[in-house]
Design a protein around this ligand. Sequence first.
Ligand SMILES: Cc1cc2nc3c(=O)[nH]c(=O)nc-3n(C[C@H](O)[C@H](O)[C@H](O)COP(=O)(O)OP(=O)(O)OC[C@H]3O[C@@H](n4cnc5c(N)ncnc54)[C@H](O)[C@@H]3O)c2cc1C
Length: 320
Amino acid sequence: MTQTQTLIQAQFAHLHPEFEFQLAPLTYFKIGGPAEVFLDLTTREDIIDVVRFCHKHELKLTVLSGASNVIVSSHGLRGVVIRTGNEQYHILPDKLGEKQLIAVGAGYKTALFVRQTIDDGLGGLEYFLGVPGRLGGAIYNNAHYLSDLIGKHIHQVEVITRAGELRWLSQEECQFGYDRSVFQQTNDIILQAVFALLPGDKERSLELVKEATLYRAKTQPLGEPSSGCYFQNTPNSPLLKERFAQFAERRECPSAFLIDQAGLKGTRVGDIEVSTKHAAFFVNKGNGTSDQVLELAQLVKDRVKEKFGVELQEEVFLLE
Ligand SMILES: Cc1cc2nc3c(=O)[nH]c(=O)nc-3n(C[C@H](O)[C@H](O)[C@H](O)COP(=O)(O)OP(=O)(O)OC[C@H]3O[C@@H](n4cnc5c(N)ncnc54)[C@H](O)[C@@H]3O)c2cc1C
């Protein structure tokens, strides 16, 4: 056993740590080598204990929740990898004006959370029912559906800092933007969030869910392993607006459109392919590796830069 494995085994045997645990099957992209230590943590208290222990012993700590928005290195991850799997859901007694407050763990699956809020007569999150993964990742990246951002519905977030300190952040302090939150800078670990939701109409909510689900099925390669859109949409510029008038009213120009216009649909490096259905998705056609993903990403970025002068930015997170 390595030194890290010995330390974790001595302290956390009751949490059933796994050693040299293959991460690929856990990820939506089916890519990733072994984790030196892997812990699936289902309570807030266990997450806190492990984070503080890693800080004290200076162990590298990587956080996953649903693993649908990551490229995990095929060479594996050293140190400790945790999955935040805490799933508590409480309707709080306090309200924010008309809005109901709900506290929910970072490990709650986003789709199930949305469904639960609809069943509890609340509205506003319907479009996020189709977002894979769990709330930790959805908050970290401020998950979006068209122009709706999940952060808009959040009142507060509880985190533990890498140094083991507990904190509550207000919505403003979370600095939510398109594909952006403060957690991408601080690296704090999200423990739970409090959502503020207005009363909804269940039938109308289910119609919105259906609408979004049909749109996704039509536009996204849902049957193939991927990590969703590889690239963010591109901030619109006068040049892009002039060239592509159909998007002139939008703040962003769709990256999928630019990649398609650059003739890149179906381009392949090894087993990784630019989806022929949605050009911002990369799909794994078999035994793709993280190196192949990175090579394809560079090729796409270079070609789009050459053709449109645009620097594509990654939407996915590389864990190595
Ligand atoms: C088919 C498909 C469709 C998708 N559609 C959408 C869409 O419509 N809109 C959208 O926004 N995204 C979409 N995605 C991307 C992805 O599903 C979402 O961004 C999702 O919210 C990520 O959550 P996750 O739990 O899987 O995060 P993970 O992939 O586990 O992690 C993502 C990042 O968040 C960090 N992280 C995870 N948990 C925590 C935590 N508790 N504390 C701190 N950091 C944490 C990780 O370290 C990593 O850097 C799609 C993906 C796929 C495969």
